[in-house]
Design a protein around this ligand. Structure first.
Ligand code: PEP
Ligand code: MG
Length: 610
């Protein structure tokens, strides 16, 4: 992370990952959760019983605090994360290891606990999967809370004033309980990634947020003015009068544009010439369903069910899938919800899989997605049965991830039939006519789309993976991110091929990768024949506004031109040039971090603001 020093020798421009778009300006409210230094305290052997009893009491006190906080949270994944923390506390290994150190080394429980927390954290931080690394913060937060109770301190309450930008090393789910009631304007954290707690909290609260800003909690003082550009992932500290004025103006324009496009949320996504497009939401948490409705989504086009398997000690059973899906359908009624069956493995790990990173040299090409479901029939059948039953309560669709061939698809469809048959045998009510579709996210599936389309009720193109596999660029590896060029002819041809296959088979073809939310590509994707786009909810109004201001013929002729050009440089010049000229405000408004690299080199941007 680069940082320029101002005349006081401290960097004023910090960079991180924008995880929830927007601009926020306000005084910093720094959450000080720095690790307490615990001096080892020697105890007598006769005192060990009392010491361990004190530790048990602190554990019980922590459990009861977490339960109280859980009760204050709206139902959903934050609650699940809190429950997972409670389970961690119950883990006999944790208490056992602390007791072992106290008894063997005759030192106080505080020091023993700090040591055990460090051991667990180190183990998790060395894990390959991002998910595990992120969960290492859970153990830190838990240990700190137990420590506070051992030391007899009152838990530190989080009371940010209205209008504040919260700055923290990380935010725990427990912090959320206090934050959902406050009137803060933005969040910046030192650690975390796209799927971390802080990012999830920020997105469900629709607050601008930047995470992964190294040491931000150490370099910002409470009360410092902070400008948060969560479109490009930049944090500006202590702005000058002139900068403040400029940023206030930028925020005003951002909010005004947001209001303007949001006003169309009830209008159809239809081009000026009458071509209808369906815009749906990509959702991973029940909390995001309300935001999907607010932004005008006509249903959920991709429900990522992987979160149901995270932060817990056993896989969800049929009943839980049923109740969860029923709840989502009720919240989204009368619109349809496409539940993707679990796409676990590779970049979406869960502790439940007991994943051994040494066993797979190429996890993206390993046992993941549908392959995992076909080898773990028990989980797959539970989910399918739950979904088929929930479909009695609303327009539910089932989508299979990572299909790579027809035999694999047929096998998965057989398992769906098996789930139906089991429900029949068990005399459980379920919906007979649930549409079953597939994701097209592997080149082989795109190339064979014509054949595959005959077996499914819909297709959805997952460009995140399709681009990864077609261009051989690991989506998790920053060093090859520069090769992510969606306008490369290979990608355009595959999207076109799938759209045509869908049209021939008379089934809808949607696109649900990150590309769908990027205003630079709206014309190209629709011009290639895609009729539905599914994206992060807050991106919908901007994309809808582009569609409503466009003519379908212009999209088709742009595609015709772009397919003619020789290389991707020319394709980008053509498409990005045209879109920028036509929709400058839309392109400045969203599209996430990638817009920053397109329009300004980071160094240049720092020169300007730092
Ligand atoms: C995709 O691959 O484009 C997609 C939508 O699925 P995910 O990002 O969850 O892998
Ligand atoms: Mg995918």
């Amino acid at each position: 992370m680069s940082r320029r020093a101002d005349r006081h020798g401290r960097g004023r421009t910090l960079r991180g990952i924008a995880v929830s778009s927007g601009i926020a300006i306000g005084p910093a409210y720094v959450v000080d959760r720095r690790k307490q230094h615990i001096e080892p305290r020697d105890i007598e052997r006769a005192e060990t019983d009392e010491e361990l009893a004190r530790f048990e009491a602190a554990l019980a006190e922590t459990q009861s605090q977490l339960k109280t906080i859980e009760g204050r949270l709206p139902h959903g994944e934050h609650q699940q994360i809190l429950r997972a923390q409670q389970l961690m506390l119950e883990d006999p290994d944790l208490a056992g290891r602390v007791a072992e150190i106290v008894l063997e080394e005759l030192i106080g429980a505080e020091c023993a606990l700090a040591r055990v927390a460090d051991e667990i954290r180190e183990m998790l931080e060395q894990a390959d999967a991002e998910h595990f690394r992120e969960r290492s913060t859970d153990i830190t937060q838990l240990a700190e809370r137990v420590l506070e109770n051992l030391l007899g301190h009152e838990p530190q309450a989080l009371r940010p004033p209205a209008g504040a930008v919260v700055i923290a090393h990380d935010l725990s789910p427990a912090d959320t309980a206090e934050m959902v009631r406050s009137d803060i304007v933005g969040i910046v954290t030192a650690v975390g990634g796209i799927t971390g707690h802080s990012a999830i909290i920020a997105r469900s609260m629709e607050l601008p947020a930047v995470v992964g800003v190294d040491d931000v909690d150490l370099v910002v003082a409470r009360g410092d003015t902070v400008v948060l550009d969560a479109i490009h992932g930049v944090v500006l500290l202590r702005p000058s009068e002139v900068e403040l004025e400029e940023w206030n103006e930028a925020r005003r324009q951002y909010d005004e544009f947001e209001d303007q496009v949001q006003r169309e949320h009830g209008l159809p996504a239809m081009t000026r010439c009458g071509q209808r497009v369906t815009l749906r939401a990509n959702v991973a948490l029940t909390e995001e369903v309300a935001s999907s409705r607010f932004h005008g989504a006509e249903g959920v086009g991709l429900y990522r069910t992987e979160f149901l398997y995270m932060g817990r000690d056993s896989a969800p059973n049929e009943e839980e899938h049923y109740r969860h899906a029923k709840d989502v359908l009720r919240k989204m009624a009368p619109y349809p919800v496409v539940f993707r069956t679990f796409d676990l493995g590779s970049d979406k790990q869960t502790a439940l899989l007991d994943y051994d990173s040494d066993a797979e040299a190429n996890p993206a090409m390993g046992v993941r997605g549908l392959r995992l479901a076909l080898t773990n029939r028990e989980w797959f059948l539970s989910q399918l049965r739950g979904l088929l039953r929930a479909a009695l309560h609303g327009p539910l669709r089932i989508m299979l991830p990572m299909v790579t061939s027809l035999p694999e698809l047929k096998l998965a469809l057989e398992v769906v039939d098996q789930a139906r048959q089991q429900l029949e045998d068990d005399r459980l009510a379920y919906a007979q006519d649930v549409p079953v579709g597939m994701m097209v996210e592997v080149p082989s599936a795109a190339l064979e789309a014509q054949r595959l389309a005959r077996y499914v009720d819909f297709m959805s193109i997952g460009t995140n993976d399709l681009i990864q596999y077609t261009l051989a660029i690991d989506r998790e590896n920053d060093d090859v991110a520069y090769l992510y060029r969606p306008l490369q002819s290979a990608i355009l041809q595959l999207i076109q091929r799938v759209s045509e296959a869908g049209r021939e088979a008379g089934i809808p073809v949607s696109l649900c990768g990150e590309l769908a939310a990027d205003p630079r590509y709206t014309w190209v994707l629709l011009g290639l024949g895609v009729t539905e786009l599914s994206m992060h909810p807050s991106a919908i109004p901007v994309i809808k506004n582009i569609i409503r201001s466009s003519d379908y013929d212009d999209m088709v002729s742009l595609v015709r031109e772009v397919l003619e050009v020789e290389d991707v440089d020319d394709a980008e010049r053509l498409v990005l040039g045209k879109m920028r000229a036509r929709f400058p405000e839309h392109l400045d408004h969203g599209g996430g971090q990638r817009l920053a690299t397109e329009e300004q080199e980071p160094e240049q941007q720092e020169e300007e603001s730092g």
